[in-house]
Design a protein around this ligand. Structure first.
Ligand SMILES: [Ca+2]
Ligand SMILES: [Ca+2]
Length: 359
């Protein structure tokens, strides 16, 4: 133990081990409507007829949407309103809840019958300014008539024309199922109960897909008749209802990598060093007056996850110096033999500074 060292450095209060890999990206829920109580202010319940661009035969009105027992119910009825023979409901989050990328899902139970066309889908928020299909459309789930399959389809503008790319999956639409897309800068992927059945690349705007790198809003509706299901409606099925248990949106966010903080003075063993009080708030003690060949050892370090870690020291030295570290008391754990130099200290005066090395 030396009190007047020739080469001294002062390691402080902190020796941090930081996980080095790229930060993990995990889905975090950013919005959800569990559809309990009543229709939330996130939704605009639309009113109107006119065919909605598909020669549909329903008039949409708020009276056909309600929340009952934790479900949104959209009910199609045989009812003359606005010169049309049926009523139903359509709800959108335009201008209120719009998202670029993410995992968007809903748990739905669908009505079956000739002429019925329920959908859970998204439109680009730019529709008011650029129109359709230049705004882009992502149909997360569509169903028609009494088919035993559901469809996932993007629509977009490709060189002035309408482009679409559809696929489908067989299911039991009259039972509850979870329908979702996972959408990022690379692709859009469609899932039925967590199983992917369709994908489309949008990387670097492949195929003129720049539409899909902008905010989209959500839609829920139940159309009656139209160009796709046809104009024949099985009125014996009316009224009939589309059930929505929930709508949930997740986006990827970076989570801090795992790290460990070791107080330097809490070593398991040492040779040749002394402790002193640390002036940092909560800093405990410093380890000071370390001379050549002095050492500190830390036993039983539990790494949060396996992987590559960076060691960050907090050290100071008025005269320069060199520090090094090894694993398992010198046992080979890396491709390097012997000690690996982790930090070379210049003349930094009494102020502590950070030095990094890779373990
Ligand atoms: Ca385009
Ligand atoms: Ca619910």
């Amino acid at each position: 133990m030396k009190t007047l060292p020739t080469t001294l450095w002062r390691a402080t209060a902190i020796l941090a081990l930081c996980n080095a890999p790229a930060e993990a990206q995990t889905y975090q829920q950013v919005w959800a409507d569990e559809l309990n109580g009543s229709i939330s202010s996130a939704w605009q319940v639309e009113t109107g007829g006119g065919g909605w661009g598909n020669n549909e035969k329903q008039f949409y009105q708020a009276a056909n949407a309600s929340v009952v027992n934790g479900n949104l119910l959209i009910t199609a009825r045989k009812q003359n309103v606005g010169g049309l023979p049926y009523t139903s409901a359509r709800m959108i989050t335009k201008g209120i809840k719009e998202f670029t990328y993410g995992k968007i899902e809903a748990r739905l139970k669908l009505p079956l019958g000739l002429g019925l066309w329920p959908a859970f889908w998204m439109l680009g928020g730019t529709i008011s300014s650029v129109g359709w299909p230049a705004c882009g459309e992502i149909d997360i789930m569509e169903h028609i008539n009494s088919e035993n399959r559901i469809y996932g389809t993007p629509h977009w503008d490709s060189n002035g024309g309408h482009a679409e790319y559809s696929d489908s999956a067989v299911t039991t639409p009259a039972d509850y199922h979870v329908y979702s897309v996972e959408w990022d800068a690379s692709s859009i992927r469609w899932f039925l109960d967590g199983t992917q059945y369709h994908s489309m690349s949008i990387q670097n705007n492949a195929g003129s897909t720049e539409e899909f790198h902008r905010p989209f809003f959500l839609l829920l509706n139940l159309a009656v008749a139209g160009n796709w299901p046809g104009q024949t409606v099985d009125e014996s099925k009316l009224p009939t209802t589309m059930y929505v248990d929930y709508v949930r949106v997740y986006q990827k966010s970076s989570t801090p990598p795992p790290s460990l903080l070791l107080q330097a003075e809490a070593s398991s063993a040492m040779s040749g060093v002394q402790l002193e009080g640390c002036s940092d708030t909560g800093g405990g003690q410093d380890v000071g007056w370390i001379d050549t060949n002095d050492w500190l050892a830390y036993s039983n370090i539990n790494f949060p996850t396996s992987g590559s870690y960076t060691i960050e020291y907090r050290v100071a030295s008025p005269g320069g110096g060199r520090i090094s570290a090894n694993l398992n008391a010198g046992a080979r754990q890396r491709s390097h033999s012997g000690h690996r130099r982790l930090a070379e200290l210049g003349h930094r005066g009494p102020n502590r500074t950070r030095q990094c090395g890779h373990l």
